[in-house]
Design a protein around this ligand. Structure first.
Ligand SMILES: Nc1nc2c(c(=O)[nH]1)N[C@H]1C(S)=C(S)[C@@H](COP(=O)(O)O)O[C@H]1N2
Ligand SMILES: [Mo]
Length: 393
């Protein structure tokens, strides 16, 4: 398997023509904050804003243009209900109140003095991959359909530390978290989860949070639905019941075939996606290719990813990039020889708790046709004889 070009006898120079200028001229000076290479600036988020409401919408991570498991901060997906507030950290604080012994207020400066904890975690919007519910397969790059999920190293203060400091009253069962955006977006989270592993994050991949991802502080709720990761966090209120906010009643709920809606579907299910090759890519000729993709589960670690090239008739086990971390992206890769005939590529993830990613048909059989949120069905890419790749069911 050699894809390199043979170097001609008697020369170590790569190619014909004049030497490029960079071999002879001094390079550019230092830069205060680095940017991607000029020739890579086409790798951007795809913005899908809702023009009816200013500041409401999404931008997708271009998953099909990235490798490894970390999402660069400038490409982390965005979901805002009311735009990105421009917050002066000196005038922002977090209030912890409600059913506590002593209500407390934390400035950004004071939070920065607490012991920190870091974890690599994905955040996925409950509305990610909702195109999977459409009757016809949507023809868009993988990232533009499934890119409301990203993965970063988040660093912050464990919520349990702040709760211990305030003292929780025995009646408290829920925490209502609220953001400092103009809509004051709020949600309810069970107290047990908040105590267990939630963070008030201040850093994202080593640097302070980006404004669009919650600067100066956001909630991180490992493995649970994106909407719970309240950005621009300004209030945590302990209560004995949920607040029944818009985003846990009318939105981010599932209307089931029985006519009843499922509410508080917190954990993001076991899921995977082949990112290369995928729609928009073209295989130039029959050859050996590396199939590469991402798997994740809100329940814990990915245990196995299987890949099929014949539409699910046979499966092979892909290699997993290590370390495999709980509630974090796991990169899988497997070599595939394409013989030039039509093929259908699929991936199927399983996690350490026995959850297996369902087929699209199985998901529809369980959830019916009025679904919008929590789509985790198997994604299929059809490779045509001409090497083009299309989304298929
Ligand atoms: N204050 C506030 N927090 C918020 C939101 C918001 O609009 N306002 N959107 C939520 C939703 S629906 C998601 S999916 C995640 C997205 O986080 P990100 O924009 O950093 O990717 O933030 C959540 N936190
Ligand atoms: Mo979301």
């Amino acid at each position: 398997m050699v894809f390199a070009t043979a170097v001609g006898a008697g020369t170590t120079q790569p190619a014909q023509g004049e030497d490029p200028a960079w071999l002879h001229e001094p390079g550019a000076p230092f830069s205060a904050y680095g940017q991607p290479a000029q020739t890579e600036r086409g790798t951007t988020r795809r913005i899908g804003a809702n023009r009816a409401v200013a500041g409401n919408g999404v931008s997708f991570t271009p998953l099909d243009e990235l490798e490894g498991v970390i999402t660069p901060n400038g490409l982390h997906f965005e979901r805002h209900h009311n735009g990105v507030p421009r917050i002066d950290p000196a005038r922002h604080s977090l209030t912890l109140h409600g059913q506590v012994e002593q209500p407390l207020s934390f400035t950004v400066k004071s939070l920065l003095r607490y012991p920190m904890h870091s974890q690599m975690l994905f955040i996925e919007c409950g509305g990610n991959s909702n195109a999977g519910w459409h009757t016809e397969p949507m023809q868009r790059p993988a990232g533009s359909m499934h890119g409301l999920v990203s993965c970063a190293e988040w660093t912050g203060v464990p919520v349990s530390l702040l709760l211990d400091e305030a003292g929780v009253q025995p009646t408290a069962k829920w925490i209502i978290a609220e953001g400092a955006d103009a809509g004051a977006m709020n949600v309810s989270i069970p107290l047990a989860k908040m105590r267990d592993d939630c963070l008030v994050a201040l850093y994202q991949n080593g640097e302070r949070l980006r404004p669009e991802n919650g600067y100066p502080m956001r909630l991180i709720v490992p493995g649970w639905e994106g909407v719970l990761h309240v950005k621009w966090l300004q209030r945590l209120e302990l209560a004995d019941q949920p607040v029944m906010a818009r985003n846990e009643t009318s939105k981010y709920t599932e209307l089931m075939p029985s006519g009843k809606a499922r509410q508080f579907t917190f954990t993001m299910e076991c899921k995977s996606l082949i990112t290369s090759p995928s729609h928009g890519h073209t295989l130039p000729r029959p050859d050996i290719y590396q199939v590469s993709g991402l798997a994740w589960s809100g329940h814990g670690r990915i245990r196995k990813v299987e890949v099929s090239a014949d539409g699910g008739r046979s499966w092979a086990v892909a290699a997993l990039q290590t370390p495999v971390l709980a509630r974090c992206f796991t990169r899988f890769r497997i070599p595939w020889r394409w013989d030039g005939r039509p093929a259908v590529l699929m991936s199927r993830a399983s996690d350490e708790h026995g959850h297996v990613q369902p087929t699209r048909a199985a998901l529809i059989a369980e959830r019916g046709r009025s679904g919008y949120f929590h789509y985790n069905g198997i994604v299929s890419w059809a490779v045509d004889e001409d090497g083009s790749v299309a989304h298929t069911y």
